[in-house]
Design a protein around this ligand. Sequence first.
Ligand code: H79
Length: 592
Amino acid sequence: MTNPTLSALRWLALCLSFLVSIHAEERMDEMWGESTVKLRAADAEKGQLFDKGNYAMFIHWGLYSQLANKVDGKTYYGIGEWIMNPRMANIPPEQYKKLAGEFNPTRFDVKAIARLAKDAGMKYVIITSKHHDGFAMYDSAACDFNVVDATPWKMDPMKELAAACRELGLGFGFYYSHNQDWTFPGGGGGPKLDAEGKPASFDDYFLKKCLPQVEEITSQYGPIELVWFDTPGRMPKKYAEQLVAVVRKNQPKALVSGRVGHGLGDYQSLGDMEVPHRNIEGMWESVDTTNDSWAYAWYDECWKTPDEILRRLISCVARGGTYMLNIGPRGDGSVPERAARSLRESGAWIHRYPQVVYDTASSPWKHALPWGDVTVKGKRLFLSVFDWPASGKLYLPGLETRVVSAKLLDGKSASELTHERLHGWTVVELPARAPERLVSVIELALEAEPVVDTTFGLDPNGATTVLAEFAEVAGAKGSKKHWMEKFGEWKTAYHIHQWKPESSVTFEVEVLAAGDYMVDLNYAGEGRYVWSVGVVGGERIQNQQNSSAIYQDHPIGWLRFPQPGKHKVEVKCVDGNLDSASLRAIRFTPVF
Ligand code: H79
């Protein structure tokens, strides 16, 4: 179909342009919307399920689900809904459109999907009404490339799904790719010529398809919770404004995602698959998926376990946000059983501990703690313990408010725990065994609303990792970095780079006991580096270690903290290829 040399050259050019572009934040804005969306709180009319529910189901389902990442016998690894894109299987629009003729998803069961969302503890469901491929998964009068007009199935699944969600008290809403449309002339990334061979403009696409379709999805399915626009690209503001106006007119109570662009959304959506490390004010969400791809991919059995789902959900809620987790049904409509099992099992936990997840405030520590995370309701703290300490003691640094009682919850009852204060730390005595297989919960009742010193306390029980984003940086650069593990599978890290011999990176920590701590640095780079790590006013150690392009922990050595209390730890990169050194975290582990 294509000349191999040409396509190799094109790949190379695309890869290069991607490498060059991806670090620029403006490029990230094109994909994920402005990071400067005005963050608002929910009001009584709007955003209640989002703001208080904190957990939603995302569904990616379309023609691409049939291909499941395999075309002409060849598997393409990455996000399945991108399969027709030149960066994946490069299927020409006319050929892709023929897939509709085979779309007959007789195993799509709206009641089972709504029940799964409910059992999972989710509060609303957002499904792809049209992805970048341009195929409408609902009955669209604006464009006949849709599930009713173009398939042998001839059904509109959204009518029944909306009804099934409502029957169970779940909210319902649509994903809509507003800027990209790879099959409609004039759409972003779409054909440049119309059916008569005349040049098509973005206006052609916008007026004939996009605007009428947004009118349709906001008027045909009853009250909806949210319209999840994605990847604004360089769509000028005037278009985004018109789309938002349609949503406001038809669905005054619906939220608009930040990815509509130009700061016109109601809340901020973080980068795909990004769980943030520090608290974020206002309304925001993380979107994530149960495996690695959004749409169904035949090979992708890399499922998140119930434990991982709970960790990621609780981490988002503790940072102040909402978590939307995706499933990708197969082309026949069935939901992969492993995804369903993980969701049901984590959901059973949420139904035992609803007070931890729903309508809670973010952690007053403003970051995760080494053993877990904290959510708050007034004077009550919920400590979600991900890693149960073998020592029988849980250490909580920096809590300045008096603890009235500590209770270990077990889903139904609660047992009183002994607690004491030690050098400003709260120490809770625990039974040897965790009551829960997944996440055990301790409830602290406080005398008043919590006041916390947010300094990182080094956990006497084991390793404490402090990420680079919490360091004070002098003479180097700290910034967020996004990269793709597989195509479309995004990873995000904050790293410190552009090191100079005089650069100084300082972490503030609190120790409960004087003594030796093993120090590891997590970094990537090229060749060997010499790092120097010192307690300000105390011992300084120095060591050479190797590196690779992948972030890894590298042992530096034992470092002594001379007395309990607050200390500053300074890191310097003394020798090596400083231009490629990229520091992600420091880790301290008590030696005795
Ligand atoms: O629906 C899921 C993805 O299909 C969609 N968002 C989630 C929820 C999504 N669309 N685009 N992206 C995510 C970002 C993709 C960016 C890339 Fe590229 C496309 C990376 C490489 C090709 C644009 C062009 C950015 C760099 C080069």
